[in-house]
Design a protein. Sequence first.
Length: 403
Amino acid sequence: MSASVPTPARPRLRLRVTAAAEGCVRGGHPWVYESSVREQNRDGDAGELAVIYDRRDRFLAIGLYDPHSPLRLRVLHAGSSVTLDDVWWAAHLDTALQKREALANSSDTDGYRVLNGESDGFGGLVIDRYAQVLVLKVYTAAWFPHLERILGLLNERFPGFAMILRLSRNIQTFAADAGLSDGQILAGELLENPVIFYESGLAFEADVLRGQKTGFFLDQRENRRRIEGLSKGRRVLNAFSFSGGFSLYAARGGASEVVSLDISAHALTGVESNFALNPGLTTPHETAQADVFDWLAKTRRTFDLVVLDPPSLARRETERTGAIRAYGKLAADGMARLAPGGILLSASCSAHVSADEFWDAVRAAAQASGRTWKELGTGRHAPDHHATFAEAEYLKAIYLELG
């Protein structure tokens, strides 16, 4: 009986990159594109740990390799050589969790971002918490071989939580090959969906199995809190309301009336459900289903506070110029519906439009309105959605008061 011949271990996947990419990685950028890889010792599999060596053959960085994506490597660690063992992974996660300690210990908020992808050193992996549920949104097939390890670490830190997998559309075929699917329950038991969670003491629903992103837009929490403080006695329009986050905060803040405007009937049903979860909110509230641009252009109603929080108007760089014009037009139409002394909150989640470009477009609309105006402030990312590199900086907001 002959013994089987063991398969020899493959050598470590080694990459060399262009001088420009080397400088970017050395400067802390977490992405290496396919076009920047000038040499590699062999083909690699999705999820392999690949090491980048610099031109002097010194360790530069290690990251997750993805042969299916033009974003070929997502850096996990750069600088001195390190072994990515269990101790490293645990410490890597704990560093991110420590930044959320205030939220984790909050008595009135149990919905927040636990991991913010690249900005927390976990490129292509976002984790949001909703009450006793964690939703893992995965953007690269490179995470599939590492899910078991991540789930183990999370279970130690969030014992008893249900864990749900959500997948970016472009990786769903690769997920199926790995026996994974969008909305799959990876661990624990999901007792209800939508999940009820709390933000600043207000109850909300999150559809963790089928909802947009991970089920709710947690990134606007700080702006919602600010709107609450500005709403007393005001007639409030929440345009692009989605599930009504700004509407509920305005109602609790003492608004005289709130209108939630969205093109989606499903979204407006979500608004009504969220109001029903908070029976203490007695402010008169109505929903309006319409295209926001058309509705603002045609209505003659006026408001004392208008919130404009549209979905991204520039999903790619080629749409940037048109998006800047659209933001200016939207702001102008919103201002036209403001009564004297009214306040506009205009927000953007378009990463391809910079904060200065967006703010300048809104300021130009105010200047062109012919009304007196003053800027009350601007806002960026919430602490649990912090951005550590330019491409991650998407959220910006500006508050104006019109005479």
